[in-house]
Design a protein around this ligand. Sequence first.
Ligand SMILES: NC(=O)c1ccc[n+]([C@@H]2O[C@H](COP(=O)([O-])OP(=O)(O)OC[C@H]3O[C@@H](n4cnc5c(N)ncnc54)[C@H](OP(=O)(O)O)[C@@H]3O)[C@@H](O)[C@H]2O)c1
Length: 259
Amino acid sequence: MRVLVTGAGGRLGSDVLARLRDDGMRVRASSRRPRTGPDVEWVVADLATGDGLAEAVTGVDAVLHLASSPRGRTHQVDVLGTRRLVVAAAAAGVSHLVYISIVGVDRVPIPYYRHKLAAEQVVAAGPVPWSVLRATQFPQFLDDLLATSARLGPVLGDRAVLAQPVDPAEVAARLAARLAAGPLGGIEEFGGPQVLRFDEAVRTWREARGSRRRLLPVRIPGRLGRELRAGGLVTEALPRGVRTWADHLSDTYGGTARR
Ligand SMILES: NC(=O)c1ccc[n+]([C@@H]2O[C@H](COP(=O)([O-])OP(=O)(O)OC[C@H]3O[C@@H](n4cnc5c(N)ncnc54)[C@H](OP(=O)(O)O)[C@@H]3O)[C@@H](O)[C@H]2O)c1
């Protein structure tokens, strides 16, 4: 099978490329700028303009669509760009498009999630047989969030928000399994092994980093806070990943984190 991976140079993308190479797939990878790498054919394509998309999908059997722009032009890239990709994939006779989304896009009122949900709907309404995998947050995302917050003083957060970090390499394996299984014509969810309260995640993060930054509790107001505390970002779907938040902390900061 020949597969196009969009957003292949991103965090999840690098794990996906490694996984597909190990599985012996023929991989084409797209980025907005020229790149090179072993055993991968890199092409240049931009979802915001559509430049390069027709060439990128020519001759591929399936597309793993990971590219996203959460910090600007999100409607243009994630929603309209996904539509451009679907149209190009249909014209090229692609037989499966797998879209990566996020657990909670249908519940949690975050602007980025509105765009992800709209992109899911574009994929589902399009003519290319499809699958959507909604994953929970990657531990690096939570780690970056805490590090950024701690730079300015105490870590600000709502103690009772629930998270379920999942290792992107395990998400990559799940995406590869979905490719092998064929189009689902539906949505599946995949989360990490543990549901953590924010204060627990911060406690182990501080221990792992030897940080003295305190958690300064704030209560996130309104529907956003209610959804986040009620588990809007977590899933009961099985199977789950096996690598824990503590595993991530131990890999990143050394062996002090406890399970
Ligand atoms: N981070 C999380 O915790 C998490 C959890 C669940 C699901 N997800 C989803 O997983 C996917 C990948 O996340 P990630 O954290 O790996 O993201 P990332 O590192 O930011 O990678 C996203 C990639 O999108 C590409 N991109 C941005 N604008 C583009 C455009 N106009 N045209 C084409 N490509 C464009 C960029 O590639 P170039 O710069 O090379 O062009 C970038 O490498 C996203 O769809 C995200 O919603 C993320």
